[in-house]
Design a protein around this ligand. Structure first.
Ligand code: ADP
Ligand code: ASP
Ligand code: MG
Length: 413
């Protein structure tokens, strides 16, 4: 009997009626002869509500208390789903992250899973039980505290459990029926992909495609877990995220761009009047790295009269912490001026085929400029190009690039 992990996101378990709908799907899967582990999120909106309550008190809240607080969204939802499954005559049991053996490091609010002790889940599965695990949470053995895995982290819980339990597949049920060439809520005629490589999906997710959180795709890639993205509301074929692409890969390499995405959770910091001498950039980015801040794009201009400027981007969420670090640096580096811009977004095109197509960057920049969208920063890798633009143009830029590369993509390269 194979193991299947089924994950249901916030909108899929947003009320008791939807939970009953999910319970019926779970029971059908189990009655088809599978051992089933279910991972569930908090009801849609609950995590935001909990965070907002903390923010009403202070924006400088203690991250331990944050984790303790936001993990309750999932903790209080899984017993409802377990009970709904039981109502259908199938034995089920809910588990918190701790009870499911999900061990993490001590980085509150963005903890990484270090180990999963699967004995308890395996014993429950062997006894015929459906295991309903709270997504997004784990515990740190050193502190004994609850930790959370970062926003959207239930996807990570699901893929990590699938890897640890050697499941046949990890099914992610959500409010769209698969991965599209762009967010279908913005680009109405976006196309559903029947298959996408882990590598491309990892880029799309890291660059803002919310449908899968990037950490789960990274785990899927590292542990060779196939991820199937499906609708929780309709019975339709979904999108398979896999590394076993075979003939599909050759087809995908013929297309330059397989997805377009944007990310508004971006902020730009500019450090002006830095001393133009060796070691300054190292000092700035070591300080940021030392406080666990992920820096994305970096631009340094030519030094003039012994001073230079550096601009870089961080996520909006990390902006307050990044500014704290920069203010401390200003004291050691002299007359440093700090400017911030939160009204920016990153728009990106992704595709394995980019490796073998030329002219992709030029087409991207021209499409943006034809629509009067100014490019503030650019970064490229083998399979993606990203541009920082003004936030108000984010949706338009995605539509324009989808039009250029996907609707009329045959003209590229
Ligand atoms: P869940 O609550 O189930 O985890 P999310 O809201 O995190 O769901 O992710 C699903 C959403 O991802 C969809 O509603 C869709 O708007 C968005 N999305 C963004 N980019 C894409 C894409 N390329 N393909 C499909 N959905 C996308
Ligand atoms: N409830 C958490 C969030 O909203 C985790 C998740 O839904 O995956 O981020
Ligand atoms: Mg999600």
């Amino acid at each position: 009997m194979g193991i299947v992990v089924m994950k249901f996101g916030g909108t899929s378990v947003a009320n008791v009626e939807r939970i009953q709908n999910v319970a019926a799907k779970v029971v059908a899967k189990r009655n088809a002869g599978n051992k089933v582990v279910v991972v569930a999120s908090a009801m849609a909106g609950v995590t935001d509500k909990l965070i907002n309550m903390l923010k009403e008190l202070t924006t400088d809240y203690d991250l331990r208390e944050y984790d303790q607080m936001v993990s309750t969204g999932e903790t209080s939802n899984v017993p409802l789903l377990a009970q709904a499954i039981k109502q259908l005559g199938v034995p089920a049991m809910s588990f918190t992250g701790t009870q499911a053996g999900i061990e993490t490091d001590n980085k509150y609010s963005k903890a990484r899973i270090s180990k999963i002790e699967t004995k308890r889940l395996e014993a429950a599965l062997d006894s015929g039980m459906v295991c309903v695990v709270a997504g997004f949470q784990g515990y740190c053995p050193e502190s004994g505290d609850v930790t959370t895995l970062g926003r959207g982290g239930s996807d990570t819980t699901a893929v990590a459990l699938a890897a640890a339990l050697h499941a046949d597949v990890c099914e992610i049920y959500t409010d769209v029926d698969g991965v599209y060439t762009a967010d279908p809520r913005n680009v109405r005629h976006a196309k559903k992909l029947d298959v996408i490589s882990h590598e491309e999906m990892l880029e799309l997710s890291s660059l803002g495609a919310k449908v899968l959180v990037s950490r789960c795709v990274e785990l899927g890639m590292n542990y060779n877990v196939d991820i199937m993205v499906l609708s929780s509301l309709e019975d339709k074929p979904g999108t398979l995220v896999t590394s076993k692409m075979g003939a599909k890969m050759a087809k995908m390499e013929k297309i330059a761009v397989s997805g377009v995405t944007s990310d508004k959770n971006q902020a730009k910091i500019t450090l002006r009047d830095l001393p133009d001498r060796p070691g300054v950039a190292a000092e700035v980015f070591s300080a940021l790295g030392g406080t666990n801040i992920n820096v994305d794009m970096i631009i340094q201009n030519f030094g003039v009269d012994g001073i230079a400027n550096i601009s870089f981007t961080v996520s909006k969420t990390e902006l307050p912490a990044a500014l704290k670090t920069c203010n401390a640096l200003a004291k050691t580096l002299g007359s440093l001026k700090i400017e911030t811009d939160e009204d920016i977004a990153k728009v990106s095109i992704v595709g394995i085929g980019m490796k073998s197509h030329s002219g992709v960057a030029a087409t991207m920049f021209k499409s943006l400029s034809d629509n009067n969208i100014n490019i503030l920063m650019i970064s490229t890798s083998e399979i993606k190009i990203s541009c920082i633009i003004e936030e108000k143009f984010a949706e338009l830029a995605v539509r324009v690039l989808h039009d250029a590369f996907i609707d009329h993509g045959d003209n590229i390269g």
